[in-house]
Each structure stands twice: as structure tokens, then as C-alpha cells.
Design a protein around this ligand. Structure first.
Ligand code: PLP
Length: 417
């Protein structure tokens, strides 16, 4: 019999295979200093485009004050136990009520993490006769939720309504044949890699034609889209048609935790059946109070969202004017598409960091097809015009070098440390 660990050390996986050269630089880098548009990396000042701190709340003085005071008052332990047993509090319920009201839903449930929360919610909602229809570019947490689903699932091509209808027809036929079950459609408000919004309005319009419930993961839309910041449903004028609205607090709220909002009867069912919450300790009080403060600022300081969008437009227009391909983003998420190998991409990232002091994330093969590189920039309310200008110059110069083959290297530069 093989040692179960044997295969692990033979193949560290698509990203792990580069770890000996990449660790601490291309993977698992350590950004230091106060969270903001300028931070330190390996002792050097960098303009940072990698953090989903959209509204700049991470370091807002009122947020820092609440976080500190709540930690001093309650510590990280309180309340102890799962919410169902002993870990509930008035503050947890207040946050749920405020989130529900903000999203124009009857009720909401808090989750400790978005990833396990949405997985576990899918598990709670769907039985073996139910069918899930989902977008091909759904986030890993949705895919893992599907892996727990004992019934059928149909994937439709990303944001492709024709294929969506094809899959809905297949799902409907299966349910009719089984004479049991229903359909849950899962998509996202904003696709975090390319920055395009999910076609929520168009999908919602098909509710009369097909029978289904709609779950939307709006991790990147919450706080950034819609007149009040309520997200992609508000922006597209179809919030009512979203049966279950989900967002993490990890992005515009710059915190930890997540929530799902919907009709009271359904949220109550989830509350009593979501295994990741029932069998796990509740969100510590400093996070709950910190999230209440963040939500208050998100609702009462529209200037933060306005600044985010003004920065996003300056960055995106600047890139487009300089001939960069940023795809069809219609949100602050700013992908920059280029062509090149993995080794070239890493050499370019090194140049950007070491010589231009720009820190941004890259996506390469095998996450995307061979020969393609995506730089992913996340503008925030804290970026300045100078940050944007310096970045545009750096991108223009490094792209010219990429095009002339200046970054052609044999292997990923050894930057581990
Ligand atoms: C679309 C999407 N859903 C869910 C999550 C997971 O949320 P969390 O970080 O709270 O686990 C993320 C990443 O944070 C995300 O981008």
C-alpha cells in the first residue's frame, strides 16, 4: 500500500511546483505597514494595487477606534460557543437586521467566513432531487458548494444567456422527469477576475419562463455598486428578483465574516440547518462591532464610493488611452490583459516591483490559458492621482519592454526568501 503522503511530495500542484523560487515574492508575499495605497514590501515602498479595500475602510480612524475599543471591552473570545448553543448576542442580531434592511430583504444570517458560509448554505438548501444551474466562472467557494451537492448540476458558459436557457431547459426536463426537486441558479454580482457584472437583470427576466430561485454572490459588488452601495442587484434594478443575496465582509468592509439575506422563512431555515455555523464558534464580538461600524460608514459616507469610482475611472481611462486591453470590466476591478509566458510575466513583475515600486497581482497559466498574462489592479478610495500617474508610466514602460522581448528568461527568477 502506498503512503498517502507519497503523491503529495511528488507533485506540489500547479502553483506549488514553483514554490522554491517563488515563495515570499510571487506567492505568499508579505506586505507591511498601515493598509493603504502605499505599503512596504521587502523594505521598499510600493504603490499597492492588490487589496480589496475598495472604500478605504481598513484604516478609517472611526473603524480603527471601534476595532480597538471592542477588542479592549470583549477580547476575542466573547461570545463563546456556536450561536445556536451559547454564542449569540444582541449585537449579532443587530448586524443581521441592519444588513437585511440595507439589502431590502426581510432577514439575514451572519457567517464566520464567506467561503465556508456559501458552501454550507448551498448544502443546506439543496437536496438530492434539486438541480443547480451555475455560471462557468463561479468562484471556488461556489464550486466547492456544488461538490457537496448530491444532485445534478448544469454549468452555463460565462454570462451567456443562450447557453443559460439551454441549461435551464435541461434542468427543467430533469425535474419534470423526476417529479421532484427544484432549481437553484447561482451566479455572481461581479466576477472578481475580469470585473464584469453577472447578467442578473436578464436572468431575473427569465423567472417567468423558467421556475427557479436565484442566489447571487456579490462579494465585489457589495459597497461598490448601486446608488446606496447595496450591490449589483441595486445597480441593475433587480434586487427583488434575487432570492438569496450573499456577500463577504472581506472586501469593501475590510474585515472578516459574511452574510446571506432573503425572505425570513428561508433565512430561518438556513439558520437552523447551516452546518458551518451550527457546529462552529460564532463571530467574535470585536468583528461584529467592527462590522456594524463599517456598515454605518458604508451607508453614511457616499463620498468614499464616489472617490473609489473616480479613481477607477482615472485608472481605467488612462490604461485605455495608452492602448491597454482591460477587457469589458464595468466595475472597479481592473484586469490588464497581455501576452507572454509564465517566466516573462514573473520577470516583468520583478521589474515593476524592484524598479517602478508597483505591487500588483498577476494571473498566469495554468489558472488562465498558456501564453496569456493578466495583471489585476484594484483601485480604492485611498489611491491618489500620483499613484495612478506613476502606475500608468510604469505599465507603459514595462509593456514596451515585454513587447521587445526584454523579459524573456529561462526560468522564474529565484526570489524566495
Ligand atoms: C466571489 C467571492 N465569494 C466568496 C469569497 C470568500 O469570502 P471569505 O474571504 O469571507 O471567505 C470570496 C473571497 O473573499 C470571493 O471573491
Amino acid at each position: 500500500m502506498a503512503d498517502i503522503f507519497e503523491k503529495l511530495i511528488k507533485n506540489y500542484g500547479p502553483l506549488g511546483q514553483h514554490r522554491e523560487r517563488a515563495h515570499g515574492y510571487f506567492a505568499f508575499p508579505k506586505l507591511e505597514g498601515e493598509i493603504g495605497s502605499r505599503m512596504k514590501f521587502r523594505g521598499k515602498d510600493m504603490i499597492v494595487w492588490s487589496l480589496n479595500n475598495y472604500l478605504g475602510l481598513a484604516n478609517h480612524p472611526e473603524v480603527r477606534k471601534t476595532d480597538a475599543e471592542a477588542s479592549a471591552q470583549f477580547g476575542l473570545a466573547s461570545p463563546m460557543g456556536a450561536r445556536m448553543m451559547s454564542g449569540n448576542s444582541n449585537y449579532h442580531e443587530q448586524l443581521e437586521a441592519e444588513l437585511a434592511a440595507f439589502e431590502k430583504k426581510e432577514d439575514a444570517i451572519l457567517m464566520n467566513f464567506g467561503y465556508q458560509g456559501i458552501m454550507s448554505a448551498i448544502d443546506a438548501i439543496c437536496g438530492r432531487h434539486d438541480v443547480i444551474v451555475y455560471d462557468a466562472e463561479a468562484h471556488a467557494c461556489i464550486i466547492d458548494g456544488l461538490r457537496m451537492h448530491p444532485g445534478h448540476r448544469y454549468v452555463y458558459k460565462h454570462n451567456d444567456l443562450e447557453d443559460f436557457e439551454k441549461q435551464m431547459e435541461r434542468a427543467t426536463a430533469l425535474i419534470e422527469k423526476q417529479k421532484a426537486g427544484g432549481i437553484l441558479v447561482i451566479t455572481e454580482g461581479v466576477f472578481g477576475m475580469a470585473g464584469d457584472q453577472g447578467k442578473l437583470k436578464e436572468i431575473a427576466a427569465l423567472k417567468g419562463k423558467y421556475d427557479f430561485r436565484l442566489l447571487v454572490d456579490d462579494a465585489h459588488g457589495f459597497g461598490t455598486l448601486g446608488e446606496t452601495g447595496a450591490g449589483a442587484g441595486e445597480a441593475q434594478g433587480c434586487q427583488d428578483a434575487i432570492d438569496l443575496y450573499f456577500s463577504t465582509f472581506a472586501k469593501s468592509m475590510a474585515s472578516i465574516g459574511a452574510f446571506m439575506a432573503g425572505d425570513k422563512a428561508i433565512i430561518d431555515f438556513i439558520r437552523y440547518n447551516i452546518r458551518s455555523q451550527i457546529f462552529a464558534k460564532s463571530l467574535p464580538m470585536p468583528f461584529v462591532l467592527g462590522n456594524l461600524k463599517r456598515l454605518e460608514l458604508l451607508k453614511t459616507k457616499p463620498e468614499l464610493k464616489a472617490k473609489l469610482w473616480s479613481n477607477a475611472q482615472k485608472l481605467q481611462n488612462g490604461l485605455k488611452e495608452r492602448g491597454f486591453d482591460i477587457g469589458n470590466t464595468d466595475t472597479p476591478v481592473t484586469p490588464v490583459y497581455m501576452k507572454g509566458g509564465v517566466e516573462e510575466a514573473t520577470a516583468m513583475v520583478m521589474d515593476l516591483r524592484e524598479n517602478y515600486r508597483i505591487f500588483c497581482s498577476i494571473v498566469v497559466y495554468p489558472v488562465i490559458p498558456k501564453g496569456h498574462i493578466i495583471y489585476r489592479l484594484i483601485p480604492t478610495a485611498t489611491h491618489t492621482d500620483q499613484d495612478i500617474e506613476e502606475t500608468l508610466v510604469a505599465f507603459t514602460e514595462t509593456k514596451a519592454k515585454l513587447d521587445t522581448g526584454a523579459y524573456k528568461v529561462e526560468a522564474i527568477p529565484d526570489m524566495a526568501g
